[in-house]
Write a protein that binds this ligand. Structure first.
Ligand SMILES: Nc1ncnc2c1ncn2[C@@H]1O[C@H](COP(=O)(O)OP(=O)(O)OP(=O)(O)O)[C@@H](O)[C@H]1O
Ligand SMILES: [Mg+2]
Length: 286
């Protein structure tokens, strides 16, 4: 009887202990290092942990998330921002319970959101139910205003690098702007397409050393993903590797990164989606 009462109250959201919202922006500086694959596969891994996950495609002009999930959304963020559609009409369901907010492709005007677009996004996101436990934001390459905007606003910035020197220097450049212009003091780092454990650790150590020394920021390692042929194979099949080959080395690595990331206390202990988007608008202090 008591058990039934507990289940009923949890179903109604009464007394159920919801974990605080975790907002993770995935960024890199250099293009093609695996941001979209990291975002998609972390979303799947968090979804499998039973969390409510939203995945926002914030690569607004060159969206890829829908392609990776084999979706052909009828509507996207452009319809919200330009055609007055509700965000609820745009959200699509992905695997593992993920809810995906697709962006538009080939739309140059979205590559730099203006203040009115930001307000519109806030209003739409505010009204969406149910609120997620985890919001993953896949950003574009480079250090454009959109990338800085989303990455500065998210509580956690997950910087993806590969062991290549160019990926490391571009990640450093992004971290420098975020630290200098947006006051970010903490970065999470994952190394993708590494040849092995030592290769990944060495790449992380190189980046962390210069960032800590010259930017005076804290850099925290979240793990590494091996170069794995299962990833491009899955991309060609338009599925995240965690779905297409759940036991592949890359999929196992994504699960481990999600576990590590998920076990950290979120950088914003309170608040919800609204809080995140108020930060985007600069209405709430970091
Ligand atoms: N661990 C991996 N092993 C092998 N190939 C990978 C791995 N991760 C990503 N790739 C490949 O690298 C390519 C780029 O990946 P992805 O699109 O995720 O990068 P991105 O950083 O989002 O790129 P962009 O900057 O264009 O948004 C893809 O073709 C993908 O198949
Ligand atoms: Mg991408």
């Amino acid at each position: 009887m008591q058990q039934i009462a507990v289940e009923a109250s949890e179903a109604a959201g009464i007394g159920a202990r919801r974990p605080p919202l975790r907002v993770v922006a995935v960024a890199s500086g250099k293009g093609g290092v695996g941001k979209t694959n990291v975002s998609a596969n972390l979303a799947v891994a968090f979804g499998r942990q039973g969390r409510r996950v939203w995945l926002l495609d914030a690569d607004l002009g060159l969206a890829n998330v829908d392609v990776l999930f084999g979706l052909s959304p009828r509507l996207n963020l452009l319809d919200v921002l330009r055609a007055d559609r509700a965000l609820a009409d745009v959200v699509v369901d992905g695997p593992a319970g993920i809810r995906i907010i697709p962006a538009a492709r080939g739309v140059e005007e979205l590559t730099a959101l203006d203040a009115a677009d930001r307000v519109r996004l806030l209003a739409e996101i505010d009204g969406l139910e149910p609120e997620p436990d985890v919001l993953i934001v896949d950003t574009a390459a480079g250090i454009s205003s959109n990338v800085l905007f989303f990455t500065a606003a998210a509580a956690d910035a997950l910087i993806v690098v590969t062991p290549e020197p160019t990926a490391l220097t571009d990640a450093y450049a992004l971290m420098k702007v975020l630290a200098a212009r947006h006051g970010r003091r903490e970065f999470l780092v994952a190394v993708n397409m590494a040849a092995g454990f030592a290769d990944a650790e060495a790449a992380f150590a190189r980046l962390a050393r210069v960032a800590e020394r010259f930017l005076r920021v804290r850099v925290e390692y979240q793990g590494w993903v091996p170069y794995d042929d299962a990833v491009p194979r899955a991309v060609r099949a338009r599925r995240p590797v965690a779905i297409a080959s759940p036991h592949s080395p890359a999929s196992v690595a994504f699960t481990q990164i999600a576990q590590r990331l998920g076990s950290r206390p979120p950088a914003t202990p309170t608040g919800g989606v609204q809080f995140f988007f108020r930060q985007l608008l600069g209405e709430a202090p970091r």
